[in-house]
Design a binder for this molecule. Structure first.
Ligand code: SF4
Length: 440
């Protein structure tokens, strides 16, 4: 049977889509090949929400296209957000691409590949809502940690964001469907479940008429095999007292909150079509830290939003210094076609945007070092992820480390350990984003 290779880019939600397509391809009898050079068909599951992501997608597409001459590749297929956002422009502007598939046609990927192998190249775009969120999947990552995608799309319509146009309106899976999948994942060895959507705190609003994240998390906590349940992509205005009390009460709910705020200045937030200001954000963060002792707060910021003055940027920089987020990512604003902010006057020069982003990240490196120093001589629970042959020690993640975006804990141990197990580690040294310790 033909071999298919899949490269998946972008966020965990896109990764789950790729895992669903891999399952349907395997069910259809295709051999899944990791090596693009061996593959009869290569699928690039793209990200496409900002300039950098689009560049990375095109680089991967052009890289894969060389196997059409140097390898066995008969068809190069592009799926995911770049395909959904630009449709036929992808095949028109990148002739190396044979077929472009919108997210609403992910479920038809096996049929599309069968035709493509015979040279029948037809771009296919199903309705966004046709993206089946309950399809079975083949986990692409590690067996002990998995993402649970509880919905797709977003209704928040931040003015700088192309995602609502790409992924459509918010669509939640039912609590039953999410719990069923989580039970299957747990039975198959998953111990860390990472709950994702564009806005997890809006979960259920479309289906039940009100947010149901607390109800879902309470049900997930009942799954005995699960050890850690981590929630990403929460939305500041939807952080409720009830959610924070649940986070504090339930042992399985990791004391970690990913809460992108994007900026601290009220005028900028208003022009981003987001609510709040510096005072409301300070009050929210104080409440989070008081309600959930020891919580790790991750946030994301944007610098150089149209019209951002030097004074507003200095306010944001001071805010970052004061709040001392545990984890912080910062993007230089990317003017995206089809977004409200992309049409705004007062677009800022790229170099200024980048300088501001780098200034924030320099300060955050110092904040992270200070925060890490406080962890010295403390004991933390670590999920064992591997052994580093170069520095001859194991490594893993603590509750304050989400996969792929945060730091690591490196640790010594007198005896061999099993990947995917948990151990207690006493920290004796710290470096910027990582920690060093020994098993106790
Ligand atoms: S909440 Fe996130 S995904 Fe939704 S519009 Fe805003 S930035 Fe985009």
């Amino acid at each position: 049977m033909a071999k298919v290779s899949m490269v998946s880019l972008g966020c965990p939600k896109n990764q789950v889509d790729a895992e669903m397509m891999l399952y349907s391809l395997k069910e259809a009898g295709f051999e899944l090949s990791v090596a693009e050079a061996e593959a009869d068909v290569i699928i690039i599951n793209t990200c496409g929400f900002i300039e950098d992501a689009k560049k990375e997608a095109i680089e991967n597409i052009l890289e894969a296209s060389k196997y059409k001459t140097e390898g066995k590749c008969k068809a190069l297929i592009v799926t995911g957000c770049l395909a959904e956002r630009y449709k036929d422009d992808v095949t028109e502007e990148i002739p190396e691409v044979d077929v472009c598939v919108g997210i609403g046609s992910n479920k038809d990927i096996a049929e599309i590949v069968k035709k493509a192998i015979k040279g029948e190249f037809k771009n296919t775009y199903g309705e966004k809502d046709a993206l089946d969120l309950n399809m079975p999947r083949i986990l692409g990552g590690v067996p002990y940690s998995a993402y649970l995608k509880i919905g797709d799309g977003c209704d928040n319509c931040c003015t700088y964001c192309a995602i609502p146009k790409i992924r459509g309106r918010m669509r939640s899976r039912s609590i039953e469907d999410c719990v069923d999948e989580a039970k299957k994942l747990a039975k198959n060895g998953v111990k860390e479940l990472i709950v994702v959507a564009q806005d997890t705190t809006a979960y259920g609003t479309d289906l039940y008429g009100e947010p149901k994240l607390c109800e879902l998390l309470s049900e997930l906590c009942k799954i005995k095999e699960l050890h850690w349940i981590r929630t990403l992509y929460t939305y500041p205005e939807r952080i409720t007292d009830r959610f924070l009390e649940l986070l504090a009460k339930e042992e399985k709910l990791v004391k970690y909150l990913d809460i992108p705020i994007q900026h601290s200045n009220g005028d900028i937030l208003r022009r981003m079509n987001r609510k709040g200001n510096e005072d409301t954000l300070r009050a929210l963060i104080e409440k989070i830290r008081n309600t959930v002792p020891g919580i790790t707060i991750r946030t994301t910021l944007i610098t150089g939003f149209p019209g951002e003055t030097e004074k507003q940027f200095e306010e944001l920089h001071r805010f970052v210094k004061d709040i001392k987020f545990d984890r912080l990512g910062c993007f230089a604003y990317s003017a995206e076609d089809g977004t409200v902010a992309g049409e705004m006057p007062d677009q800022i020069e790229d170099q200024i945007k980048i300088d501001r982003m780098e200034h924030i990240m320099e300060t955050q490196m110092t904040v992270s070092e200070e925060n890490n120093k406080k962890k010295k001589d403390t004991v933390c629970e670590v999920l064992i992820e591997g052994y580093d042959d170069y520095i001859k020690c194991y490594f893993g993640r603590a509750t304050w480390d989400a996969p792929e975006i945060d730091g690591k804990v490196f640790f010594l141990t007198p005896k061999p350990l099993k990947i995917g197990d948990f151990v207690n580690v006493k920290i004796f040294d710290t470096i910027e984003y990582d920690l060093m310790g020994e098993v106790v």
